[in-house]
Design a protein around this ligand. Structure first.
Ligand code: FAD
Ligand code: FES
Length: 254
C-alpha cells in the first residue's frame, strides 16, 4: 500500500449534526482505498496527525465524517470550501466481506461501515446497515436514507433503545455470515459476543491514540489473543480492523 502526503482542496465542509461534519476532499488524480482504511490529517502546530476513517471514495472525491472532540477536529470544522487539507495515507487494513453482511456503526463509527455498504452494493452483495446514536441531533441526516435500521438511545429518531439490542435482533432475523462493527468498545464487545454465539465471523474496527500511523512508534498497540498467544498489535498497521475473537475473545463462544 502506497502512503503519501496529499494537499487536497475542500469541496464541501458541511455541518451534518451537532458537532458533526462531513468534508468532501477533491482527489483529481484518484486515491485508492478500501472500507476500513483511514487517513491522518495534519493539524497546524500539532505534532500528531489525527486519524479519520474514509467514509466514501468516489474516485474524484474522498469523504470523511468527523465529530468535533478537541483542537484538531475543531480546526477542521472551521475550514471552508476552497481551503486545503494536508493528510497522509492511506493507512491500515480493511474489512473482509461475506455473502450476507450485517454492518453496524455507532456514532461516527458509522463512517467506515457506510463506506463498506456502498462498496458491497456496487458488487451486488447482500448488506444491511444498522446505525445507533444517542439522540437525533447526532444523526447525520444526509446519510440516514442509506441506513436500513436505526436507533437512538432516547427514541428521538428511529427505534428507541440501544444499537446493541437492534443488532442482536437483526443477527437473528437476517442470519448474516459476516458482521462488521465500528463504534464504542462496549458496543463492539457486546455485538461480537452475540455473533460468537451464532458462530458468525465478526470484525471490529478499533480506535487508538496514534503517532506514526505506520507501525513504528508502537503508540497505538492493543492486546490481542492470536491463536492462544497474547501479544501487542499495532492498530495502525495490523488494524484498525481485527477479528473480534482476537480482541474480545468471544466470551459467549465457550
Ligand atoms: C483508525 C481511526 C479512525 C478514526 N476515524 C474517525 C472518524 O471517521 N471520525 C471521527 O470523528 N473520529 C475518528 N477517529 C477519532 C479521531 O482520530 C479523534 O477524534 C481525533 O484524533 C481527535 O482529535 P482532536 O485534536 O480534535 O482532539 P484532542 O483534543 O486531541 O483529543 C480529544 C479526544 O480524542 C481522542 N484522540 C485524540 N487524538 C487521537 C489520536 N491521534 N488517535 C485516536 N484518538 C485520539 C482522545 O481520546 C481524546 O480524549 C478515528 C480514530 C482512529 C484511531
Ligand atoms: S501509530 Fe505508531 S505504531 Fe501505530
Amino acid at each position: 500500500m502506497v502512503q503519501k502526503i496529499y494537499e487536497l482542496k475542500i469541496k464541501n465542509n458541511n455541518r451534518a449534526g451537532s458537532d458533526l461534519y462531513i468534508m468532501d476532499l477533491e482527489t483529481p488524480d484518484g486515491i485508492f482505498s478500501k472500507p476500513g482504511q483511514f487517513i491522518s490529517v495534519l493539524i497546524p502546530h500539532k505534532t500528531l496527525r489525527r486519524p479519520i476513517s474514509i467514509m466514501e471514495n468516489t474516485g474524484s472525491t474522498i469523504r470523511i465524517l468527523y465529530k468535533v472532540r478537541g483542537e484538531g477536529t475543531n480546526y477542521l470544522a472551521g475550514l471552508n470550501a476552497g481551503n486545503y487539507v494536508n493528510f497522509a495515507g492511506v493507512f491500515g487494513n480493511f474489512f473482509k466481506i461475506g455473502e450476507k453482511n450485517l454492518l453496524v456503526g455507532a456514532g461516527v463509527g458509522l463512517a467506515p461501515v457506510y463506506y463498506l455498504k456502498k462498496e458491497l452494493e456496487k458488487i451486488g452483495r447482500d448488506a444491511k446497515l444498522i446505525a445507533g446514536f444517542k439522540t437525533k441531533t447526532e444523526v447525520p441526516r444526509e446519510l440516514s436514507p442509506f441506513i436500513d435500521y436505526m436507533s437512538t438511545d432516547d427514541g428521538s429518531f428511529g427505534e428507541k433503545g440501544s444499537v446493541i439490542d437492534l443488532a442482536e435482533k437483526y443477527i437473528k432475523e437476517f442470519m448474516p455470515d459476516n458482521i462488521c462493527i465500528c463504534g464504542p468498545v462496549i458496543v463492539m464487545e457486546k455485538i461480537s459476543e452475540a455473533a460468537a454465539q451464532e458462530r458468525i465471523q465478526c470484525q471490529v474496527s478499533m480506535e487508538s491514540m496514534m503517532g506514526c500511523s505506520v507501525g513504528a512508534c508502537r503508540g497505538c498497540v492493543i492486546k490481542i489473543n492470536d491463536s492462544g498467544v497474547i501479544r501487542n498489535a499495532a492498530v495502525c498497521k495490523e488494524g484498525p480492523v481485527f477479528d473480534a475473537l482476537k480482541v474480545f475473545g468471544g466470551k459467549s463462544h465457550a
